[in-house]
Design a protein around this ligand. Structure first.
Ligand code: NAP
Length: 324
């Protein structure tokens, strides 16, 4: 099979397409034919060798993808060859034509969701659900600000918050991004390039403040986020690319919480519940992954450059075959 291999940590050019043996499923494992692979920012940090947990070299990147089951290993009764599925995690990496997954990582892909859309689920939708609903415990009737709503996680957070009956505010950094975030269900949108967007958000709450902030770039925003929280407000930190300065008094006055999260910390039972909810939301049409850019597998390096550029308009995916 064709797969992207990384033999040394470095720039995007270390992502090279190679022929490698197709893996075979062991007990409790599923072999998936991948049609589309989701690109996540974390895969660029790992590729560069700048992440807390690094794989042994050489390796094939990728956690997310959608396709069909090629072969179910022993003790797998949940799936059979030909089933449409998406994966949230992989044993051998998803930047490849085939990937080996533990059966717990694999989930049914509803017929109304394309394979390309399925590639946007594993990390972004699960992260948005974990952050908004399990860590920040957002409740219907509350106000949520999705700070960085135009990207993979942000669009998922906007759709989830809207479906849960929250009043949803979203930010983006381009006109197209703002339009997209509104289309995905945000009641109000704000441009995070402007210095006064925090004042605009506060004004839009009528002075009450925001109950839940879903934060994609905490190093830039956290200090100011704390000043626009309502009493009892929560900021859940999903993304940060450096240190931040805060005034702790801003949390004291509001009985406010700063809650960090990283998806791999999710306990298995809570993860299973996240994916059950996501599949239901997809079937109902409340969740509709948006694809920003598509690249062929051979252009994985281009996709890694694109995911770190501003102007996100949904998910970046690799196609390992023309879409089914
Ligand atoms: P993405 O698709 O590349 O989107 C990045 C988002 O950040 C875009 O909406 C972008 O908006 C926005 N952004 C840029 N400048 C901003 C600013 N000053 N304030 C607020 N937002 C800003 O990435 P993603 O997949 O959604 O991931 C978002 C972040 O979460 C990344 O840092 C990623 O590493 C992290 N993450 C963490 C976990 C976890 O487990 N904790 C899981 C998944 C992702 P414009 O492009 O419109 O400016």
């Amino acid at each position: 099979m064709k797969a992207i291999r990384v033999k040394e940590f470095g720039g995007p050019e270390v992502l090279q397409l190679e022929d490698v043996p197709t893996p075979q499923p062991g007990p409790g494992e599923v072999l998936m034919r991948i049609y589309a692979t989701g690109i996540n920012p974390v895969e660029t940090y790992i590729r560069a060798g700048k992440y807390a947990r690094l794989p042994e070299l050489p390796y094939t990147p990728g956690n997310d993808g959608a396709g069909v089951v090629r072969q179910a290993g022993a003790n797998v009764t949940e799936f059979k060859a030909g089933d449409r599925v998406y994966t949230a995690g992989s044993v051998t990496g998803t930047y490849a034509e085939f990937t080996l997954c533990k059966k717990e990582q694999v989930h049914p892909l509803p017929v109304n969701v394309s394979f390309v859309q399925g590639a946007a689920l594993g990390t972004p939708y699960a992260t948005a659900y974990r952050g908004l609903l399990q860590r920040a415990v957002a409740k219907p009737g509350e106000t949520a600000l999705v700070h960085g709503a135009s990207g993979g996680v942000g669009i998922a957070a906007v759709q989830l918050a809207r479906a849960h009956g929250l009043r949803v505010f979203g930010t983006a950094g381009s006109e197209e991004g703002l339009r997209l975030v509104r289309e995905q269900g945000a009641h109000e949108v704000f441009d995070h390039r402007t210095r006064d967007h925090f004042d605009q958000v506060m004004k839009a709450t009528g002075g009450h403040g925001i109950d839940v902030i879903v934060e994609m770039l905490a190093n830039v925003n956290l200090g100011k986020d704390l000043t626009i929280l309502a009493k009892g407000g929560r900021v859940v930190i999903i993304g940060s690319r450096g240190p931040a300065e805060i005034n702790p008094r801003d949390t004291m006055q509001r009985d406010a919480d700063i809650r960090g999260m990283i998806l791999p910390n999710t306990p298995p039972a809570e993860m299973a519940s996240i994916h059950a909810a996501l599949v239901a939301g997809l079937e109902e049409g409340a969740l509709r992954p948006v694809i920003g850019k598509e690249f062929p597998l051979v252009d994985a390096a281009e996709a890694h450059r694109a995911v770190m550029e501003p102007g996100a308009l949904g998910k970046i995916v690799l196609l390992t075959e023309s879409e089914k």
